[in-house]
Design a protein around this ligand. Structure first.
Ligand code: BTN
Length: 244
């Protein structure tokens, strides 16, 4: 079932409430714009008119240790759809930002909904995606205009947002299913589009920062960094970004 709001605060918030109210897997909440879109690290996600903002509710039949791979599967899905539909070649910045060149075109926020086993034993997950589609740079706050891009900017044309949503939802479901049968195949595909691979990176966790070189994603979905002293670190959380 698809639910559409011309404007709301956050589709992830609504999808989470619907999950708690027992709505089934496959429910999609979409908004034309968001006033308080949620981003990673507790940030706000700018969501002007013209973007695709949606949250997909899933009950993935996966062992607990594979749940963290869902965010990577969602990023791969965005990458695949942008390539298949528009012949673009975006890269994925671990864990789940989509970049065209050096500018961000999409962000992903996956959240697990604690259900107290009311709905059986399957986990409940909300996959939230914000993709800059028909918006223009002037629609974003001045300070982020230099670091974002939109499909319209690349294609010089408007895109059918509904068709794009349908394609994305189908591809996410396919890639999350793949996590159940062959997670290494999903990770193998992800590795081909790694924005940070072999680049100088900085990892920040709290007040501690460490620089190094990106070595790629591990079989568990963490990100491996070779630090300046030659030691390898597998990163789970915090923020990882290119040095330049
Ligand atoms: C990020 O880049 O930090 C993640 C952004 C995720 C934004 C999407 S837009 C649809 C969904 N609803 C939200 O409130 N957040 C996600």
């Amino acid at each position: 079932m698809n639910i559409y709001y011309e404007q709301t605060d956050s589709t992830n918030r609504i999808a989470r409430e619907l999950a708690l109210a027992g709505r089934p897997a496959g429910t999609v909440v979409q908004a034309g714009r968001q006033s308080a879109g949620r981003g990673q690290y507790g940030r706000t996600f700018d969501s002007p008119v013209g973007g695709l903002y949606f949250s997909l509710l899933l009950h993935p039949d996966l062992p607990l240790e594979r749940l963290s791979l869902i965010t990577l599967a969602a990023g791969l899905s965005c990458r695949d759809v942008l390539h298949q539909c528009f012949n673009l070649d975006p890269l994925i910045k671990w864990p789940n930002d989509i970049y065209l060149g050096d500018k961000k075109i999409a962000g992903i926020l996956c959240e697990q909904v604690p259900m107290n086993h009311l709905h059986g034993s399957l986990p409940v997950v909300v996959i939230g995606i914000g993709l800059n589609v028909n918006s223009q740079l002037v629609d974003f706050p001045v300070e982020i205009q230099p670091i974002v891009t939109t499909l319209r900017e690349h294609l010089h044309a408007e895109v059918d947002i509904s068709a794009l949503l349908a394609q994305l939802v189908a591809t996410i479901i396919k890639n999350v299913d793949l996590l159940g049968t062959d997670p290494q195949s999903m990770l193998g595909q992800w590795q081909q589009w790694d924005y940070l691979l072999s680049r100088a990176v900085v990892h920040t966790a709290g007040t501690v920062s460490r620089s190094g070189i990106g070595l790629g994603v591990t079989p568990q979905g963490q990100y491996r960094v070779l630090d300046d002293q030659g030691r390898e670190h597998d990163i789970i959380g915090g923020q990882l970004r290119p040095l330049t």
